[in-house]
Every structure is written in C-alpha cells, then in structure tokens.
Ligand binder design. Sequence first.
Ligand code: DP6
Length: 343
Amino acid sequence: WVLTVTAQTPTNIAVIKYWGKRDEDLILPINDSISVTLDPDHLCTTTSVAVSPAFIHDRMWLNGKEVSLSGGRYQNCLRELRSRASDVEDEQKGIKITKKDWEKMHVHIVSYNNFPTAAGLASSAAGLACLVFSLAKLMNVRDDHSRLSAIARQGSGSACRSLYGGFVKWIMGKEENGSDSIAVQLADEKHWDDLVIIIAVVSSRQKETSSTSGMKDTVETSMLIEHRAKEVVPKRIIQMEEAIKNRDFPAFARLTCADTICVLLIDLIKIKAFTFQDNQLRRKMESFQGTPQVAYTFDAGPNAVLISHNRKAAALLLQRLLFYFPPNPDADLNSYVIGDKTI
Ligand code: DP6
C-alpha cells in the first residue's frame, strides 16, 4: 500500500527583511521580519508526499529531478516531524502506522514549482513550507501552524512565514533552542485584498550568492548590521504593523522601500562582494521611490517586486513598466508576473 498527501503553499515577499542569523543551524534570525504571502494560485509549490512499507530510503524529486535529502536542513525538519508524528489509520485500505513506526518508515517527496525555478524567486520559502506542511498531514502531526512554522524555519528561514496567508510576522525569539522563533499571522488575506503584486522577472543572471551565504557574510563583515537589527528594524516593525492594520498604503510603501534600500546599502558597504545585484533594473526602480502609489522591494537577487495599492493603479503601473522597461531577455528582463498572468 501507499498513503499520500498533496499540499500547495505560496511563496511570500518580505517587506521588512530577515537578513542575518544568530544561529546558523537552527536558523534563528537577528531581527523580526514581516511579509506578504502571495495568493495560492500564483507563485506556489505543490508537494505530494507518500509513505509505503516498500520504500527503503527517504527520497525527494524537485521539478522532476531527484535531489539529495542528506543536508542538515532537510534532516532537521524530517527528524522534528517524525518525533511529533501520531498514529495513522485507514481502515478501508487496511493501513495502520503507529507513532513508533514512523521512526523507521520512509517517505518519498515530489515537489513542483509553478513558476520558473530559473527566475530565482523565493522558491525555498514555498518549497520548505510545503514540504513541512504536507509531511505533517501525512504523519498526523497535531501541532498548530506556529509550531509547524518553527519546523519550516529550520529548512529555510523565510519558509516559516509561508505557513500563513495574508500578512505575517516572523518573531525572532530569544530562546537559544529557537522554541519562540515562530511566525504569526498579523492579518488574513482578506484584510487588504486590493493590493496587487507585480514581479519583474530577470532572466539571464542568477543570484551569484545565495541568501544563506550572503547574510552570513554581512553579519561577519558589516559594521552596520547590528545597528539595523537592534535600532532600525524594531521601530520599523511597529510602524509596519500599524500601516497594515490601518491599510495605510503611503506608510506601507515608504517603509517597504526604506527597508529594501537599508539592506542593500548595508550589503554594499560590507567588505566582500555584494549579494544584491546591481543591475539596470534596480537603478531604474529607484525612480519609483517617493511615489506613494508604489512600493518596491528586492530579495537577494535581481528580481524587482512592485506592490500597487489597487487594480487600477496596478494597470497604470504595468503600462508604464511595459513602456519604459519592455521585457527583453538581452537586457535581463524576461517577463512580468502579475497574479497568475505572465507578460
Ligand atoms: C532577502 O530564507 O532564503 O528573501 O534562512 O538561509 O534559507 P535561509 O535564507 P532565506 O533568506 C531570505 C532572505 C530575503 C529576505 C526575507 O525573505 O525576509
């Protein structure tokens, strides 16, 4: 017999960024962060997980290719989930797996991203959140979303925020074991549903440095990162929570832009080469700064994420983008993704 579960998890875009860890193994951040989770049918990962007595190893396939599960991050997630598993019974199929059985049962994981992986969009957030969520269902893990977020966090920090829709805060926590470093929902997806997110997908140049090594580098070499984590972000988090609660778009846009520029500058002045790519598109996006109608942000790659306060404004913004920066793979701009449409 084979027992399967399938789940779908969207990616999230940070508006107050997580940048820097205080513990590399447990993935504990040096500051709180806030993100917006995209709609499930947009940029998301679909994962099917299966268990069977016929499986002799844990195995995983990502976008059709087998990937290794030997890394510490996957192993930490699998170990935590197994330790929290409960009895599973399916009388019709004659299946009974006890809590103890889960220690020796193996799982197969098949995962797909519905967006081009080559685009370098925050795929680890959706991927690890989906992996943890689907395995938790398969293994009948009874913990709530916040506990599951702490497990997903150990797969990739930003993944913990994808367990919830809407606006999500990852609380950095104080405990050394990370038990209080969890994600919580600030507002659900209906709270501010006229926001529109447009992602400018940059094609040819992939991020040269991963977020993981980029932020490690920053923590080790930047003089300003501590100031950001201790002085700047705590104030910004309070202001951003207020802006979200009141649906105050100008404040939301100002804080989002300020935070992405802050991380970019810290990254630029550190001793080693910078992670956040300097490209034409980024410089052009600066022309939007100060426009109360648009918020923009970058993750640790060249893709620009624009947030517009309603559909009408988004349509005008898109018109402007297509006019000034038409998609052109030679100039590193492949396409725009708006909701489920790609232009
Ligand atoms: C710039 O979550 O990918 O997107 O925890 O090392 O896996 P690891 O890093 P990751 O970093 C995301 C960084 C960011 C900002 C953010 O999402 O908050």
